[in-house]
Design a protein around this ligand. Sequence first.
Ligand SMILES: [Mg+2]
Length: 118
Amino acid sequence: MRILLVDDSSTMRRIQKTQLDGLGITDVLEAENGEHALRQIADHMPIDIVLLDWNMPVMDGITTLQNIRSNSAYSGIKVIMCTSESEKTKVVEALKNGANNYIVKPFTPEALKEKVLG
Ligand SMILES: [Mg+2]
């Protein structure tokens, strides 16, 4: 399983990477914004799951999601939006735009396991 972590916070990416490692998932790519994420996807398909931050410079999460979903070659990618507690109301918008699921930050290894492997 190959996962792409997209977050402008390197600390957040490091935490997520460590949590995934604990689940035995070591094929993990990173991107610091949406534009970088789209390049990573283009260069490293097949990708199974994208963990997608909402607020990022250059290209935010919802725009990135729309870009992914506009490409039929990427229809197999599962997109999980990573939202803060205050952004939970925006989840409906993400689901309408083709997100598969969401997870509220900061998340526990158990919550991540359920979303990624569940
Ligand atoms: Mg962010």
